[in-house]
Design a protein around this ligand. Structure first.
Ligand code: IVH
Length: 670
C-alpha cells in the first residue's frame, strides 16, 4: 500500500470508529457487532504500526496512551469555573426568583432543571472540532491538564460534529462521574485485593481522573454528562436549552433527565420528582441545578466573584453525616451471637436522629478499623438501615487504640468463642440470661408460637426473677403468680396465661421455628416438619439424612443434629410434650413404616426419580439415609454413573438396587 493510500484508509477507519463509538457509548444503539468493530480497530492498529508517522492525536487507538506522569500541567480556563449558590427548600427557590426579578424587573423567567451530579467538574477545549485538552476545575481559574485520563472516557468525542465543530475554539463544561455499578465493582475488587476502598463514587472518580497512570485510569470506568458551553466565539445561542441541543448535536452525552420549566412552581415540582427518583439514576446526584434559560438574561444578571446570579443548586436532603463513636457495645442474640453496636453522638440524618449503628461483626470492625473516639462517616439511603461508610482518619485522636472484641459475654460473663469459619463470636453459656430473653421473645413472636403479651416487660421479669429458665417453664405459669408482677394487672396476667395455653396447638413447623435452632428459620422449619411429621422422627434423623433434603444441606443438618444431641434441649422438649404442646405436623400423613430402620445410600442418577423424591420416599416409609457405604448399610440404590459407592457396596457385600428394584421394594413394603 502506498503512503497516500494508507493515509486515505486511516482517515476512513478513524471516521468509522468515531461513528461507532458515538452510537455505542453515547446513544447506546450500536449498528455493528463487536466482532465487526474489533476488526476495524485491528486494521487501524496494523496500519498505524506500518505508518507510525500517520498516527494522529485523535485516533481511537490513542484513548489509552501516554506514559505515567508525576505532575499535571496547569491550565488556565478560558472563563473562570465558578461554583453555585445553594437552595435547600422550595422557599429558597422562590427567594431566588424574587432576587432575579429585583435585578431584572418586569421579566418572566423560564428555567432549565438538571440533575446535579456528584462528580468532578471538567473543562474541555476543542479547536476546529478536535479535542485539544481537558482540565479539572482546580481553584476555578487554573486547573490541571488531565487529558490523558479524560480520553479514556469512550463517550467523550475526540472530534465534534454539527455547528460546534466549525468554531475556531470551543470550551465546554461537564461532570465526570463513576456510575454506581462501576463504583461497587471497583470497591469489591479493591477489597478482595486488601486495598483501601473509596467512600463514595465521587472520591473514586476523582482518584481516576487524577490517576498518574492512564492505564490504571482506563480500568476505572468513568462517564460524563456535558451541561455548559463556556466559550464559543462566533457560535451563539438564544437559550441554555439551545446550547444543550448543540452539545448533543456535537456528540456529547446530555443528561436525559434535564427539563425545561415555565415557572418556579414547575421547577419545584421537577426537583421533587428528581429527588424521589434519585436512587434509580444509576449515579449519585446531590441536587438539581436550576438555570435561567434565556442567555441574554443570564448575561444581564452576571456573576458575583463566587457564583453566577442566574443559577442556583437545589440540594437534596443529605444522606451522609459525620459523628463521633462514644462507645462500642456488644448485644447478645438468641443463639448467643455477639453483635457489636456503635453508640454515636446523636446526629440528624435524612429525617431521623441516629444514635446507634450496627457494626455487624468482628471482621467488619477490623476491616473498617472503627475505634472508640473515632469520627465516622455514616450513611442512610432511603429506608436502608444506617451504616458506617468509613472512619475519618484525619480526626482520629492520638491516644486511640484498636478495638479488641470481648472474649466474655457482656451479659453473663460466660466464655465467648468464635467457631472457625464463622463471623460471629458466640456466648457459650446456654443459661445466659440475655440469650434466654432473646429466645423467649422469639419463641412468643407472631410467626413462631404467637403468644400475645410475652413482650419485653414480661420476659425481663420472668428471667430476672429466675422463674423461667427454659421454654417449658412458660407452660406452668399461673394467673395468681403473674398478677404479682410489676405492670401486670389481673386482667393482663389472665390474658398472658391464656395466650400461652393457646400456643400449644401451633404444630411442629411453628414450634421448630420457635426453638431458635441455629440456621433453622421459618422455611427450614416448614421443610423439616413436612418431611418428618413428628418431633420423635426428626430427633432420630441422622446428619446425612438431613443433608440429603433439598434446601437443607450439610451445615443446617449438622446444626439440627447438634441441637437434638444436647441432653438439656431434649429435656425441655420432653417437658413441652408433657405440658401438652403439639409435637407433630397436621399436614403430615401417617402411613405404614415398612422401611423402618433400614439404611440406604443413594448414588448416581436414577432414570425417573429425582434424588429428592427418592429421599422423600425412604424417609416417609421410615428408612434412613446415609452418605457413605459401610457394613451397616442395608441397600445402595444405584443409578447411572454410580462409581465409587457402588464399588464399595460390591466389596462389602451390600445389596445393590436399581430404580425398578428399589420401587418394587417400596411397593412390597407398603
Ligand atoms: S453548572 C456556571 N450544571 O456543581 C456553570 N454544575 O457547585 C456552573 N455540577 O462545580 C456549573 N452538575 O461541577 C452545573 N448540571 C450541572 C451540574 C453542575 C453538577 C457541579 C459542577 C460545579 C458544582 C457547582
Amino acid at each position: 500500500m502506498t503512503r497516500a493510500d494508507a493515509a486515505q484508509r486511516l482517515s476512513e477507519l478513524r471516521e468509522q470508529i468515531h461513528h461507532h463509538d458515538y452510537l455505542y457509548y453515547v446513544e447506546s444503539r450500536p449498528e455493528v457487532s463487536d466482532a465487526e468493530y474489533d476488526s476495524l480497530m485491528r486494521e487501524l492498529k496494523a496500519l498505524e504500526a506500518e505508518f507510525p508517522d500517520l498516527v494522529t492525536a485523535d485516533s481511537p487507538t490513542q484513548r489509552v496512551a501516554g506514559a505515567a506522569v508525576d505532575t499535571f500541567q496547569p491550565v488556565e480556563h478560558r472563563v473562570a469555573m465558578l461554583s453555585l449558590d445553594n437552595a435547600t427548600s422550595p422557599d429558597d427557590l422562590r427567594e431566588f426568583e424574587a432576587r432575579i426579578t429585583r435585578a431584572l424587573p418586569g421579566q418572566r423567567f423560564t428555567y432549565v432543571c438538571e440533575p446535579k451530579i456528584d462528580g468532578l467538574g471538567v473543562a474541555l477545549l476543542y479547536a476546529r472540532g478536535r479535542f485539544v485538552r481537558g482540565a479539572t476545575r482546580g481553584d476555578g481559574r487554573v486547573g490541571e491538564d488531565v487529558s490523558a485520563n479524560l480520553k479514556t472516557i469512550r463517550s467523550l468525542p475526540m472530534r465534534l460534529r454539527g455547528p460546534l465543530a466549525e468554531a475556531e475554539e470551543v470550551e465546554v463544561r461537564g461532570e465526570v462521574y463513576m456510575p454506581r455499578k462501576e463504583f461497587e465493582r471497583l470497591n469489591a475488587g479493591l477489597e478482595a485485593a486488601g486495598e483501601a476502598t473509596f467512600a463514595n463514587p465521587r472520591n473514586a472518580a476523582a482518584g481516576a481522573v487524577r490517576q498518574k497512570d492512564p492505564a490504571i485510569s482506563a480500568t476505572r470506568p468513568l462517564e460524563a454528562f456535558l451541561y455548559h458551553v463556556s466559550w464559543s466565539p462566533g457560535v451563539t445561542f438564544a437559550s441554555h436549552w439551545e446550547a444543550l441541543e448543540a452539545l448533543r448535536a456535537a456528540g456529547f452525552r446530555i443528561n436525559p433527565r434535564s427539563s425545561r420549566a415555565e415557572s418556579i412552581d414547575e421547577v419545584i415540582a421537577a426537583s421533587a420528582r428528581l429527588e424521589a427518583d434519585r436512587d434509580t439514576l444509576g449515579y449519585d446526584a446531590d441536587g438539581v441545578v436550576v438555570k435561567v434559560d434565556t442567555l441574554e438574561m443570564q448575561r444581564r444578571l452576571g456573576s458575583t466573584t463566587h457564583h453566577p446570579r442566574w443559577a442556583i443548586a437545589f440540594k437534596f436532603a443529605a444522606r451522609q453525616a459525620t459523628t463521633v463513636v462514644k462507645a462500642i457495645e456488644v448485644n447478645v442474640g438468641k443463639t448467643g451471637a455477639l453483635t457489636p453496636v456503635a453508640k454515636l453522638e446523636p446526629v440528624p440524618l435524612a429525617g431521623v436522629v441516629i444514635s446507634n449503628v450496627s457494626l455487624h461483626n468482628e471482621d467488619e470492625i477490623r476491616r473498617k478499623d472503627v475505634r472508640v473516639g473515632d469520627t465516622v462517616l455514616i450513611e442512610r439511603a432511603g429506608d436502608v438501615i444506617p451504616y458506617v461508610v468509613q472512619v475519618v482518619a484525619a480526626k482520629r485522636p492520638a491516644e486511640s487504640v484498636e478495638y479488641a472484641f470481648p472474649e466474655r459475654c457482656p451479659a453473663c460473663g460466660g466464655v465467648a468463642f468464635r467457631p472457625p469459619g464463622e463471623v460471629y463470636w458466640r456466648c457459650q453459656n446456654t443459661a445466659c440470661p440475655a440469650q434466654l430473653k432473646e429466645r423467649l421473645r422469639h419463641f412468643g413472636s407472631r410467626r413462631a408460637m404467637d403468644i400475645e403479651g410475652l413482650g419485653e416487660a414480661a420476659v425481663d421479669q420472668l428471667v430476672d426473677r429466675g422463674r423461667v429458665k427454659s421454654f417449658a417453664d412458660l407452660y406452668d405459669l399461673t394467673v395468681d403468680e403473674m398478677a404479682e408482677y410489676e405492670r401486670f394487672a389481673e386482667k393482663s396476667a389472665e390474658n398472658l396465661v391464656a395466650a400461652i395455653e393457646g400456643s400449644k396447638t401451633r404444630g411442629l413447623a411453628r414450634l421448630l421455628n420457635a426453638l431458635g435452632i441455629p440456621m433453622v428459620g421459618e422455611r427450614v422449619a416448614q421443610l423439616l416438619a413436612t418431611r418428618f411429621g413428628s418431633l420423635e422422627r426428626l430427633e432420630r434423623a441422622t446428619e446425612a439424612e438431613l443433608a440429603e433434603i433439598h434446601g437443607i444441606g450439610e451445615r443446617i443438618g449438622a446444626s439440627v443434629t447438634k441441637f437434638f444431641a444436647d441432653e438439656s434441649n431434649r429435656r425441655v422438649l420432653r417437658r413441652l410434650g408433657e405440658a401438652g404442646v403439639t409435637l407433630t405436623e397436621a399436614s403430615f400423613e401417617e402411613g405404614p413404616r415398612p422401611l423402618d430402620r433400614k439404611t440406604f445410600v443413594l448414588t448416581g442418577a436414577l432414570p425417573t426419580l429425582t434424588r429428592d423424591a427418592a429421599t422423600d420416599l425412604i424417609l416417609r416409609l421410615g428408612g434412613r439415609i446415609s452418605s457413605a457405604v459401610s457394613k451397616k448399610t442395608d441397600y445402595v440404590v444405584a443409578g447411572e454413573d454410580a462409581g465409587k459407592k457402588e464399588a464399595d457396596a460390591r466389596r462389602l457385600g451390600v445389596k445393590i438396587l436399581d430404580e425398578a428394584a428399589f420401587l418394587a421394594l417400596t411397593r412390597r413394603a407398603s
